[in-house]
Design a protein around this ligand. Structure first.
Ligand SMILES: Cc1cc2nc3c(=O)[nH]c(=O)nc-3n(C[C@H](O)[C@H](O)[C@H](O)COP(=O)(O)O)c2cc1C
Length: 272
């Protein structure tokens, strides 16, 4: 993948392209759409996001209209202003395979297809899909066969298994890249009540840096998009130093969408 600048909008916070009204597409190398699943999901009840100084905790619940809707309205989902990365998720092995089959005739329209592997495996009591390596390998193997020409990205969580082990499998089954990392499970006490959700924002940065550092040690030539607490030029420098190919902006969009322009200008012309 050749992105200029090597700056990506992360899946979720950017919705399905809405931020292009606020930011100059010239500074967006690629825009990842929020994760789409086989069946539509209504998401969780509000309030779904708590915004604190160093972190956000969200429980959106993967709200999305489902793959059939996307296919019927494909021109709305393929962005005109910049390259589009489609993000797909599932509740089970079968769902990942079925959604790949459904998108296959349209796959060429997307710069890359990212599989969000942070979804709970509903058939295994809600544990991460990454916790059963055998089953997960079958997803990697089947999806690669179904989408032979796509630039396939695996978005990994640090929960479920060590990223070094998972990343080797991603490479072994012929996938092209990794997005590291996704939200980490968190809990907040608010007014004496428990709020659970996925953590994102500055608090994730050291965890994401370490994940990429460890993966780069074992895999020299896989494309890596960094995700986790990227807000400033120093953050960009740090992620480049550990071997990142492209950085992604997620929670920082909520603070100030102009960060995309600032970091995009900084990265323009940087070849990774
Ligand atoms: C509100 C919200 C919604 C998200 N939705 C998705 C999603 O649909 N798919 C996905 O792969 N990641 C999703 N994420 C995770 C982000 O893409 C990103 O990996 C994570 O937030 C860490 O990066 P950040 O600290 O820059 O936000 C979501 C994050 C937030 C805050």
């Amino acid at each position: 993948m050749n992105l200029n600048p090597p700056l990506v909008i992360a899946s979720g916070p950017g919705g399905s392209g809405e931020y292009l009204r606020l930011i100059n597409p010239k500074y967006v190398g690629a825009y990842t759409l929020k994760t789409i699943t086989l069946n539509p999901k209504p998401g969780n009840k509000t309030k779904r996001m708590e915004n604190l100084e160093n972190y956000i905790i969200n429980s959106i619940g993967l709200e999305n209209p489902g793959i059939e809707y996307v296919i019927s309205n494909i021109d709305k989902f393929v962005l005109k202003e910049t390259k589009t990365i489609l993000s797909l998720g599932g509740d089970s092995k079968d769902e990942y395979i079925k959604i790949a089959e459904k998108i296959a005739p349209h796959a060429k329209k997307f710069e890359a297809i990212e599989f969000n592997f942070s979804c709970p495996n509903v058939k295994k009591g809600g544990l991460s899909i990454l916790s059963d390596l055998n089953e997960w390998q079958e997803i990697l193997e089947n999806v690669r066969k179904i989408l032979p020409d796509s630039f396939l990205m695996a978005k990994l969580s640090i929960e479920g298994n060590f990223v070094e082990i998972l990343s080797r499998k991603v490479k072994e089954f012929g996938w092209n890249g990794l997005t590291l990392i996704n939200c980490v499970r968190g809990l907040l006490i608010k007014d004496g009540k428990i709020v659970t959700g996925g953590l994102s924002g500055p608090i994730l940065k050291p965890i994401a840096l370490r994940a990429i550092y460890e993966v780069r040690k074992v895999l020299k030539d896989i494309y890596i998009i960094a995700s986790g607490g990227i807000y400033t030029k120093k953050d960009v420098d740090d992620f480049l130093l550990v071997g990142t190919n492209a950085i992604s902006i997620g929670s920082a969009l909520f603070k100030d969408p102009q960060v995309v322009e600032e970091l995009g200008k900084y990265l323009k012309g940087v070849k990774r």
